[in-house]
Write a protein that binds this ligand. Sequence first.
Ligand SMILES: O=C(O)CCC(=O)C(=O)O
Ligand SMILES: [Fe+2]
Length: 283
Amino acid sequence: MRDRGACFAARGFGKARPSPSGKRKRSPDKKAPPEDLSAIRILASSKEKFARRVAGVSGEIARALACDEVAVIDGVLGLADCEALRCEAERVHASFVAEHASLDFDQPGIDRTNAELLSPEDLRRAPRTVAMMLALTGLSPRLAAERGARLSSDASANMLSCYLRGGAFPVHLDNHGGDDRRLIGLIYYMNPGYVVESGGRFVPWNGDEPSPGIEPRGDRLIAFYCDRQDHSVEEFTPFGDYYRYALTVWLMDDATEALRPDRRTRSPTDAHRRLRDSLATTP
Ligand SMILES: O=C(O)CCC(=O)C(=O)O
Ligand SMILES: [Fe+2]
């Protein structure tokens, strides 16, 4: 099994504490940049690099979307960057677990996924993830041409998800209708150690028929019209605690009205629960 400790050990975050004497103590890492500055540096350099790589595959995405197919692109950033993104996702997940100590993460069930929308604070704990989110959002102008729509450059519709043992997502359409402006879903998978036995494939549906599933392999990007393409996630069975991580960015129609505040929820978890409850009450 992979050694996850390396990811956590590489974190290096934390505030300097004053010495008990009140005097400023010389510490060996005195020259280390403040954490915000180092996060900004990582963000800036990663953003440029990721934007170049993502732009390089935009034609391939556009061609698949033009045929109303799910685009599947491998080797988007390279293994090293995919691994670094995974480390960040594991850190975000670890703090999510710590903040939700009352949740029982070992109980199997339909809602065994948790997800976080990235917020400005995540710049500090996940600068590469923010960079990738911005790089994917940067596809808006290129993909808007294909869709015949104006897409927003608003980067607020994003999600970092983690599927644990038994995690799954029944068939659904991401766009809920009403004032939901999401048109294109982009999902970048951060699972370089993925094994096929784990399942957890993304399954596009054609009417009532499932199409072959797409494995959530590391450094794979998929794209689809999220207001038209029904899809599900089949049950995930991790190898050890090698969970399934994905970064989702939704490109939205460029409407001028503000987003509803209640859009910023931990949506898949809530959606699963609602769906499960409604299934349970259906005779
Ligand atoms: O992670 C995936 O492969 C898809 C998840 C999904 O369908 C969703 O969050 O809406
Ligand atoms: Fe979805």
